[in-house]
Design a protein around this ligand. Sequence first.
Ligand code: PHE
Length: 357
Amino acid sequence: MDDLRDKYLTAIANAGDEAALENLRVQAVGKKGEISLKMRELGKMTPEERQVMGPKLNALKDEINSALSAKKQGLGDAALDERLRGEWLDVTLPGRSRRNGTIHPVSQVSEEVTAIFADMGFAVAEGPQVESDWHNFDALNIPGHHPARAEMDTFYMHRDADDTRPPHVLRTHTSPVQIRSMELQGAPLRVICPGRVYRADYDQTHTPMFHQVEGLAVDKDISMANLKWVLEEFVKAYFEVDGVDLRFRASHFPFTEPSAEVDIRCSWEGGTLKVGEGDDWLEILGSGMVHPKVLMAGNIDPAAWQGFAFGMGIDRIAMLKYGIPDLRAFFDSDLRWLRHYGFSALDVPTVRGGLSR
Ligand code: PHE
């Protein structure tokens, strides 16, 4: 009995896992276990022997059973400890934001521009990217023979050889949305139209698809002074500076008269661009008073109404504000670029809350 006791208590103490322990239980106190077999032998003993051996065997069985369950408990605790160590979590660590995606600078700047003009009473209007040749050109006082049609490097849609209608185009600017807005809403009118435009051109500052935002205000007694004020307010708000020098340079567009291109004062010291200081000028937009023929194309009476319009490159002002050197990288979808220049999805630009922060 002492041998049995030593054998099983040692084996139980050394059992490495619950399976080994279960084996020992079967060997010792299972139905055909060594101790159970010994207990069966009690029947063959004399009553005197039985009185001695019975309690001893029962005590041994109890001792082994409690050693088994103590060990089982111990192994279970150890397994739990092990698991807790593996799944350990430091709840006192600071939170880590998961920046899986970012807002593209073009989207960010479109939102910023929209917020600023919304504050001045401009609503957002949209038009199709595949545009009728009439909306893109004729209605804007660019007739068929006009050199502007060639200058714009237009992408034409396919027409069957026997189809004599003029082909649709990928809109070369957002100005056709001027016409669509006038047709739809009539005067008075205050809209901006951000969107994609297309021209067959490709180098460091040109991509075949890029973005513009058009502005159009039609009302009574509108003049160049209103245009100038609106653009100055915009540039100050957009570049988040108090004073910006703008230069209005006389220019020509078929759809505005008079026309002006607007340059912004800047410096290129040490290869980096600074807006608002220095001796250089950078063109950021085209603008002017809406040509009477354009108002008429939009079913608005030019004797009663005037308007101003402007068109600005969104990608270009994004490059200027955020110091992005190459336009082509905007559309490469390189994740490293997107992480570097992208914006947090939760920072929605507002005029009062801050545009870029
Ligand atoms: N549509 C012109 C362009 O793409 C810009 C412009 C818009 C100029 C409105 C004047 C008025 O270059």
